[in-house]
Design a protein around this ligand. Structure first.
Ligand SMILES: [Zn+2]
Length: 253
């Protein structure tokens, strides 16, 4: 899996293909799920893998859920504290206190959302571009029933799958509303122009917008509620276009 996150050359139907894959969803029953998260089993005092509620407060309706939830950056520190404790008894006590096992799960070593690397827009934007992007993203009217999207640049790590889908849908409109050559880092636009063998500076931004149009089109088909034989053809075409344009807009090496 680690190799797949970096990308791996494989033979698919007699053709060489560059395959990038990452961990998406894991299904497990309750005890096994806790093991996989590095959280103590559910009979422990803090045996819930999404929050740190103690056993007595599990039925407390007025509990402050956001304040007592488990967060990666906090659990990481707690695992470190447990790991750094040389005395076994004190290590046990820390495990009980945090509701964690002595070691994080092996799955923690995988990069979450490895396949979404190309969604990291900030690598292309200049400071001006980043400010403009945030402004345009805030100003764009989003459907009322969407939950609030986190800031795509600073809160990228807290994005859920559905947030990525929504962002992908509105991305072409956002980019189209502000993107100029000056919104991109100079070296980034130069390398885009080199990859598409163009000299007109404007073409760099056009490639980025076109790329996001294909991402949005592909996502729409992938999550279509009905799927016919024609949809497969359409999906195949979109994937091919996306495959051609992604390495032009984003540097994968
Ligand atoms: Zn809980």
């Amino acid at each position: 899996m680690k190799e797949f996150e970096q990308g791996k050359l494989m033979e698919v139907n007699g053709q060489d293909a560059w395959v990038i894959a990452g961990l998406g969803v894991v299904t497990a029953d309750l005890p096994q799920g806790n093991d996989m998260c590095g959280v103590l089993r559910h009979n422990a005092n803090k045996g819930c893998r999404t929050c740190t509620a103690s056993r007595e407060s599990l039925t407390n309706f007025s509990r402050d859920v956001p304040a007592t939830s488990r967060y990666h950056h906090i659990t990481d520190d707690q695992f470190k504290e447990i790991f750094d404790e040389p005395a076994t008894t004190r290590q046990r006590r820390l495990c009980t206190e945090f509701g964690l096992r002595t070691r994080p799960s092996i799955l923690d070593r995988l990069q979450e959302k490895g396949i979404y690397r190309h969604l990291k827009m900030c690598e292309l934007f200049s400071q001006k571009g980043e400010d403009e992007f945030i402004k345009a993203w805030k100003n764009l009217e989003k459907p009322k029933k969407w939950s609030r999207l986190p800031n795509p640049i600073s809160r990228n790590a807290s994005f859920m799958m559905s947030d990525y889908l929504r962002l992908a849908m509105i991305m072409p409109f956002i980019l189209n509303s502000f993107l100029e050559s000056s919104s991109l880092k100079e070296n980034e636009s130069r390398s885009i122009l080199r990859r598409i063998q163009e000299s007109r500076i404007n073409m760099a931004k056009n490639v980025i917008i076109a790329c996001w149009v294909y991402v949005a089109k592909t996502m729409r088909i992938v999550f279509e509620s009905k799927f016919t034989l024609d949809s497969y053809d359409e999906l195949q075409k979109c994937l091919e276009e996306e495959m051609k344009i992604l390495p032009k807009a984003y540097n994968y090496s």
